[in-house]
Design a binder for this molecule. Structure first.
Ligand code: BES
Ligand code: ZN
Length: 457
């Protein structure tokens, strides 16, 4: 282990420069114009994994973007097997004008690397890739068997990875999964995440007259699709912020007093949140603290809305159609497909006369809780504490990583969510960045984790 740690110390500049190369690929999975860039990123990553000495590296083609998979199984059948999962796809960059540098020309400022994907998730994937390189470079056998699964569709709900995991359960068999795609509670505070919210993402389309109409000649007797859409949206939450879709909360049990006490003991005040986001007041459900709202309660939010005239000045027009993108974060035991059925029924029920509405299921993920008593978690706890010099904190997370639920339900193994990002690092927004200090510590922690898995699993 010590020689791998030494390698990381000696090679930290080249390790960082390789990450910059990885960040240069505009691998935006949701953008059809970027399909070739996504594929080139996968090939480049696979070639790098071959170069550092992984004996088996395969790029699996799918109906969407490719999956990169590598194995190093020379520790033998008695040694534990760890499956590392991450994603090389990234979110779109818009609004581009709010970026300080080109999102695909990574730039280092103030000890941080700025680029799309820096913290979510290329920087964190690179921690594992470089840690494996360091372990292989020592010439010593790897302490464990290792499988790396790095996909290109996480940001669009992993539509092709889900069937892939089910169909390749034997290939992916392991004792534990490790994922670095979450945030730490605060800078320098190592954190292990034991719960992720799920997601149901839909579009609500409302169609009205066959063409846009003059609002003077026609306004009054015509049902306006944009007004109708707004009333549909308004009907889905009450004034206090509770979701009013029938059955929405049916599968949401109250959390235990013990967990509530533990989560509320974390120092995440409304002041901290409001300072971070620059708003004067918090929203959300009454009767729940900030962390409970973020991690243990479901949500319903409009992500975007289009329709009618939005240019400069005024245009007197009744739009022919309108559309809203609506997402719901889910908590155990809500299920993505069931929630889509509930919202579809609700929209049907409240659609005003004269317009036609339709709900389209874009993608989603089921929520998940991972066991707190898994030996792999103890290995991560030790590795993080040893590296950061401070005890780990245990928390849930408000975001989603769709495949993690499958690792428990289809592979039957625990997932260690050992992230090195920060929620303030602008994932999914302009000027995304990643702390180079956390990157550096993440490398050592990851080498320690893989070694600890040998004895603890
Ligand atoms: N890395 C995030 C998950 C995450 C979000 C971790 C927030 C910690 C805090 C992941 O890449 C992500 O953004 N996932 C999407 C999944 C969705 C598109 C199905 C998300 O949560 O929006
Ligand atoms: Zn991510």
């Amino acid at each position: 282990m010590d020689s791998a740690l030494q390698f990381l110390e000696q090679h930290h500049v080249s390790t960082r420069d390789q990450l910059l190369d990885f960040l240069r690929f505009p691998s935006v999975s949701t953008d059809p114009d970027r399909t070739t860039d996504v594929a080139e990123c996968a090939e480049w990553l696979a070639n790098h994994l071959r170069r550092i000495g992984l004996p088996t590296v395969t790029v699996f083609q799918t109906d969407g973007h490719p999956i990169v998979y590598a194995e190093h199984l020379e520790a033998g059948p008695k040694a534990p097997t760890v499956l590392m999962y991450g994603h090389y796809d990234v979110q779109p960059v818009d609004p581009l004008h709010l970026w300080t540098n080109d999102p695909f020309e990574p730039t280092i400022r103030d000890g941080k690397v700025f680029a799309r994907g820096a913290t979510d998730d290329k920087g964190q994937v690179w921690i594992h890739v470089a840690a494996v390189e360091a372990m292989l470079s020592t010439g010593e056998p790897l302490p464990i068997n290792l499988k790396l699964l790095i996909e290109g569709e996480e940001e669009i709900g992993s539509p092709n990875l889900s069937p892939f995991v089910r169909n390749h359960a034997a290939m992916l068999a392991c004792d534990a999964v490790v994922v670095s795609d979450t945030a730490m509670f605060a800078p320098g505070q190592p954190s292990l995440v034991y719960g992720l919210r799920g997601l149901a993402y839909v579009e609500i389309h409302v169609d009205g007259p066959r063409r846009d109409l003059h609002s003077g000649s026609y306004g009054g007797p015509v049902a306006n699709p944009l007004n109708a859409l707004c009333s549909i949206i308004a009907s889905m939450k009450d004034e206090q912020g509770r979701v009013t879709i029938d059955g929405f909360y049916d599968d949401v049990p109250a959390i235990s007093d013990q967990e509530r006490t533990a989560l509320n003991a974390l120092d995440y005040t409304s002041e901290r949140l409001l300072h971070d986001i620059g708003q004067p007041d918090a929203g959300g459900e009454p009767g729940y603290s900030i962390v409970e709202r973020l991690w243990t309660r479901p949500t319903l939010d409009v992500n975007g809305i289009i329709g009618g005239f939005t240019g400069e000045g005024a245009k007197t027009v009744l739009p022919a159609k309108a559309m809203a993108k609506v997402s719901m974060r889910l908590v155990p035991d809500q299920k993505h497909h069931h929630i889509v059925e509930l919202i579809t029924r609700h929209v049907e029920r409240v659609t005003p006369a004269g317009v036609h509405s339709r709900v389209v299921d874009l993608h989603g993920a089921d929520p998940v809780l991972v066991p707190l008593d898994a030996p792999a978690l103890a290995a991560a706890d030790w590795a993080l504490r040893e590296t950061f010099g401070t005890p780990c904190l245990y928390q849930r997370e408000g975001g989603s990583i769709p495949v993690v639920e499958l690792f428990s339900s289809a592979l039957g193994v625990p997932t260690v969510l050992m992230g090195f990002g920060l929620n303030t690092e602008n994932a999914h927004s302009p000027d995304e960045h990643f702390s180079l200090d956390h990157f550096r510590k993440g490398l050592d922690a990851t080498v320690r984790f893989y070694h600890a898995m040998k004895t603890l699993a």
